[in-house]
Structures are given as C-alpha cells and as structure tokens.
Design a protein around this ligand. Structure first.
Ligand SMILES: [Zn+2]
Length: 188
C-alpha cells in the first residue's frame, strides 16, 4: 500500500472528492485498476503512472491527469450522480428523447427553447429515480440503440447533431426505463 501524495490529497480535498472514493492503485495494471474501481465505486486513483508533470491522480480509465485536466472531474461527478432517467415525447417529429437529469422538466424547457432535435414540443412522459442515473443513461441509450434516429438542427447558426432521439413506441421506451432504473417510473 502506498500513500497518496500531498498535492494529490489537497487536490481531492479542494474538489470535494471524499476519501472513501479515492483508490490506491499501486501495483495494479490498468485493466485491474479499472475493474476494481468499478466494483468498489471509486472515483479517482493514486499510485498510477505519473503524468509528465509528476502528478499521480487519474480516473478509472487512466485517461488524463486529473490535476492537470480537472475538467474531467465534472464527468466523474456527473456519471456517478443520482437523478432521474426520463422519457419525453415530441408529437411533431414523432420521436422520444430519453436521458438523465436532476430536473427533467427544466431540461425539457431548455430543450424546447433550443429546438432540440428539431422540435419544440418535448413533453415529459415519465421519470424514474436512480442513484446512479448519470451512468445508467448509457444503459438506457444502449437498450434503445436500434431505434436511434439521427437528428440535426440549427442552434445560433450552428448545425447541431444528435443520435439520441428514438423512433420507438412508448411501450418500448417505458420497458427500457423499467429495466434500467432502480426506481419505478412515475408520471412526469
Ligand atoms: Zn498532471
């Protein structure tokens, strides 16, 4: 067992990473580290190969140095975040939007404002609580992958594209939600 470096420890404290989420990866390979961190629900690892600046703090994929690129922390927090998985429907383009949000209603207000997916009539159909909604969103998208519908729209003069609108039935969307989320779907 190694001890976390002073700088890395201070970094974790500054960024609100609890000690219980910090993992000692000393002696582990990249894939061993990944698997162990995943099952132990750890967020950051020390005892990893140092970055060019000598820091030893990475996420479970060992992708970036967290000290040099703290922006990737937002990703960690988001992916571990509790919240709602939701299903929304646009009647005008006859598609579903599924995703993760702490406040699906608010999310859809902004989706409608920007014309997300080329529609401005997104309406919340149902939502289900999940302690790890951030990461479960990927499972939900995977379950519905065969119904993916590519959409593009203009936002402030820029072409935006998404593949996260789904041409499924409401039953199929709800079924995917029930299988994925911890909580039971409740009306929006
Ligand atoms: Zn670094």
């Amino acid at each position: 067992m190694a001890r976390i470096g002073k700088l890395e420890k201070a970094f974790c404290k500054d960024h609100g990473i609890p000690d219980t989420r910090i993992f000692d990866a000393t002696g582990l390979s990249k894939s061993e580290c990944y698997e162990t961190m995943k099952s132990l629900e750890k967020w950051v690892a020390f005892g990893v190969p140092p970055c060019p600046n000598g820091h030893e703090l990475k996420n479970k994929r060992w992708k970036n140095c967290l000290v040099c690129a703290p922006a990737s922390l937002a990703w960690i927090f988001r992916s571990e975040a509790p919240g709602y998985l939701y299903i929304a429907q646009s009647l005008s383009i006859d598609l579903f939007k599924v995703g993760f949000s702490n406040d699906p209603r608010k999310r859809l207000v902004s989706a409608n404002c920007e014309g997300w997916g080329g529609a401005s009539d997104w309406r919340l159909i149902t939502r289900a609580w999940d302690d790890k909604a951030g990461i479960k969103e990927f499972d939900l998208h995977k379950r519905l992958a065969v119904y993916r519908s590519a959409r593009s729209w203009l936002r402030k003069g820029r072409l935006i594209q998404t593949r996260e609108a789904y041409a499924c039935t409401l039953d199929q969307a709800i079924e995917a939600l029930v299988y994925t989320a911890d909580g039971f779907p409740q009306s929006g």
